[in-house]
Design a binder for this molecule. Sequence first.
Ligand code: C2E
Ligand code: MG
Ligand code: MG
Ligand code: MG
Length: 284
Amino acid sequence: LLIDNQESGYQFYSDEANKHLKEKLELQQDLRKALGNGQFHLVYQPQVDGIAKRVCGAEALLRWTHPEKGFVSPAVFIPLAEESGLMVEIGTCVLREACKQSVIWKSQGVEKLTISVNISGKQFRSEDFLGTVKSVLAETQAVPEMIMLEITESLAMSDVDKTVELLADLRALGLEVSVDDFGTGYSSLSYLKDFPIDELKIDKAFVDGLPNNKGDQAIASAIVTMAKKLGYKIVAEGVEELPQVDYLNALGCDLIQGYYFSKPLQPDDFLKYYFELESNQEIA
Ligand code: C2E
Ligand code: MG
Ligand code: MG
Ligand code: MG
């Protein structure tokens, strides 16, 4: 079909596509080595009670320092890990690390903190996810009540019966469950009421337009009202400005996560931030 490929857009496109594919395959190769070479670490973003001004939660977020490229976004490497079958192994390491961190922080006097861990689709649907979670808890001696698993809305909806059963089993262990990126998927609200979950996270997409955008106001307030009626905690993600905090507090949103309070932090910095807010409590 490509007779005159010298000048043709197709040839150009295919060079670009080849280059892209080659880069992708290289990154996947590098990912394979990353686990064994200590190139991964977790950072923790505070989730703050916007009224009491207390840190009540931490979302564990994975960071990869590539030996040549340096920072590679999880938005890039998580999908690659999913595709290449590495995500289950990486995800187990993330869960183990977060559980270990919970034990350390507990021993350092942190009380009533929940660490949220993102669980990918492949991981959640993997062979014996429940068994893996059980053995990580046993191995690390983490208190299950300190750990929350985040699954995305679209994952939860992809096989409702199985999801409900597995979530119920996980909660029976004492873990909490959160639905991430809420509002961006295609949730059927009738399913939502039957999900054994503890928390909904309003996606940044709806927080961005607050406090002024009428559409985002309507969506955010509807999500908060519904979550409260169903008995779920509600977290707003990607909160960057004080007027957004004020608006979400007024709606009754339980927790605020975003750059307004803090970026994701290294464990030591997280601990400092946690106690900084606690010490303000005593002054107030
Ligand atoms: P997510 O779970 O929705 O995490 C929230 C993302 O929003 C994080 O990006 C966080 O750094 C970012 N963020 C928080 N507050 C703000 C803000 O105020 N402004 C802006 N612009 N961004 C904010 P991050 O760390 O780049 O992670 C991106 C996504 O990668 C996560 O989205 C999650 O889906 C995935 N991810 C990260 N770590 C893991 C992991 O350990 N396992 C799995 N399966 N996925 C992960
Ligand atoms: Mg998340
Ligand atoms: Mg999210
Ligand atoms: Mg997101």
